[in-house]
Write a protein that binds this ligand. Sequence first.
Ligand SMILES: C[S@@+](CC[C@H](N)C(=O)[O-])C[C@H]1O[C@@H](n2cnc3c(N)ncnc32)[C@H](O)[C@@H]1O
Length: 271
Amino acid sequence: MGQGCVESVPIPRTTGTVHLIGAGSGDPELLTLKAWRVMQRADVVLYDSLVSEDVLDMCVNTAEKVFVGKRRANHALPQENINELLVMHALAGKTVVRLKGGDPFIFGRGGEELQEVVRHGIYFESIPGITAASAAASRAGIPLTHRDCAQSVKFVTACKKQGAPNDDYSEMLDASQTVVFYMGLHRLPEMTKGLMAAGRDSNTPFAIISHASMPTQQVLIGTLKDIADKQATAHLPTPALLIMGDVVSLYDVFTEYNIGALCQTVEVSCV
Ligand SMILES: C[S@@+](CC[C@H](N)C(=O)[O-])C[C@H]1O[C@@H](n2cnc3c(N)ncnc32)[C@H](O)[C@@H]1O
């Protein structure tokens, strides 16, 4: 057995365990082997709405699968109830898989859930997943950094706790930095206006990538000043990621040769 496959250090267990697993962005082939291995021995799987059917189908058949779906302002279960379920099943001695879209530690409340788990003395492991920013950028062909034009990348949530807008645009004005917005599609007009008012160049390239890594992936390309109008016509669906920065201009350079991009480029012209 290779070193990467070694089981975690044996621990004195009087309870079950919680395995916080990143399910990635939707394509089951982007799941890690480590995640898959643990999914084969789960007793219970608590999963979110961003976990694709294909990924869920990779869990062992005998596992009880519980949808605790979370989508903006539409929680199947409040966070406290999800925490309670995690704890209840683990205290009952079960191997609990908590399966979350993307990476649980990136805008995924993974930290909050683990705080509750350890408060009850339950052992856990955390397995990373491919976050939407990596999946969207990679599959669409938009490198997040490039030595010529993007020396850093920033992941930003468009919404803070309880849905409050994250409008601290003064932190997003560096032309040599790529900014990736999660949960921003519904706030696109307001955000693009805010960014321009704060001083970001209105010609900054801007992309929307919807359903990243899935067969339904679509890409809409524009600039800070016209992307909201383009989206008003194109209506790309959620989940979608927004990428702002000069690296977006590489999309046109790569797209003709990018066989990994199953995606459809949505053409919208603005008059
Ligand atoms: C609550 S956050 C969860 C992020 C997740 N933990 C991750 O690491 O990707 C949900 C947001 O992630 C983004 N997202 C998740 N999956 C996506 C996908 N397949 N395509 C595009 N955006 C996605 C969207 O911006 C969505 O509103």
